[in-house]
Write a protein that binds this ligand. Sequence first.
Ligand SMILES: Cc1cc2nc3c(=O)[nH]c(=O)nc-3n(C[C@H](O)[C@H](O)[C@H](O)COP(=O)(O)OP(=O)(O)OC[C@H]3O[C@@H](n4cnc5c(N)ncnc54)[C@H](O)[C@@H]3O)c2cc1C
Length: 387
Amino acid sequence: MNYDIVIIGGGIIGSSIAYHLARDGRAGTIAVIERDSTYAKAATPRGSGGIRQLFSLPENIEMARYGLDFYKNFDQTMTSSDNQISVAFRRQGYLFLSDGGSEKVMEQNFHNQQKLGVKAELLDKTQLLQLFPSIYNDDIKLAVYSPDDAWIDAYCALTGFKSNARALGVTYIGEEIKSAVIKDKKIKSLTCANGSTIAGDLFILAAGAWSGELAKYFDVNIPIEPMSRESYYFRCDKEMEPLPFIKTETDLAFRPEGEGFTGGMPDWSVKAGWNWELSPSRFEDTVWPALAQRIPSMETIRLERSWRGHYARNKLDYNAIIGPWVADPHNLFIATGFSGHGIMHAPAAGLAISELLLEGQYKTVDLTRFGAERIVTEKPYRELGIV
Ligand SMILES: Cc1cc2nc3c(=O)[nH]c(=O)nc-3n(C[C@H](O)[C@H](O)[C@H](O)COP(=O)(O)OP(=O)(O)OC[C@H]3O[C@@H](n4cnc5c(N)ncnc54)[C@H](O)[C@@H]3O)c2cc1C
């Protein structure tokens, strides 16, 4: 097996890259190596699918904006006569609430967002009450509402990218990479768990939270670590106005989903690393009281499901690493470290890698500052908004 481009990891990032490269028609042969076609442990189906422009860094804002547009038209673009796609794009907005003392940063971010054309609004308590009467607002210092923001079904987006990439000639290989052969400062081939080898000219590492471990096969050190997050699906019988995706400075994040709500609240005392074990009491002891404090109608809710997924966290600055690796091996590209933003940023990441490889430069969103240079020089480029 020998390909021009080999993508390691077929989650939403790897599949978006494959789709964007193949769409152009000049990339040559492309293979995606994905060990698990059910995506049982991948982050993509476990994420909340939110797309928001409420960031501080222009790169994050512009990538999200590209994602919003892309996902709005996803069903039309990706559906073919024998493959109906629906990502359930729902434009119901995002609401950031400052309840912990960082209102100045949030306001500064809001002004930066406005400069970049984000149609966000600063809400005072009266406006907040008018729009969302269910929200308890006595302790809210500042609210930023972004009505254009949305959410999607991330698993459907992944299958849409994948089926379209396949239709454009991309080969998905159901193998697990176990090691690599490096020769003359280049990756020659990957060795799979079944002993087969996959050779290529260029390799793109897009294996989500596993990327740090896989990079070691290439003698490359990237600061990517898995960060476990517990999520919940719950129902509330009380009638409420349609709520946006709400994120508070004190870490509560939830949105409507079907007949109920989905979301979570990170436990910062949990260390980085793989952790699939559900916490027996966190929802009852911490998350539910926080929900009920913010939305008094949520005093009575019914927890129906809990699950865990892992962020690919770049511990240098929590932002993605995209582009060519800046040392040996010099035929390696990286697209990982998206933390809680990989679904919204996947379309722009795929386009960016495609532009870089096929045009030799970024054309749509300049992601130079998200490159690997800052990793080897250890110069963080930090997001100041709620992560
Ligand atoms: C609780 C939670 C909530 C989130 N909410 C949001 C949100 O609202 N909005 C948003 O934009 N993002 C959100 N995210 C983040 C988003 O889910 C991720 O950033 C995104 O899914 C990452 O995609 P990926 O393709 O990089 O990784 P993954 O989806 O994890 O895919 C990586 C793939 O690599 C494969 N792989 C690994 N090792 C090997 C190997 N050795 N050989 C072959 N294949 C291998 C795996 O099987 C896996 O399928 C959330 C994440 C979590 C956990």
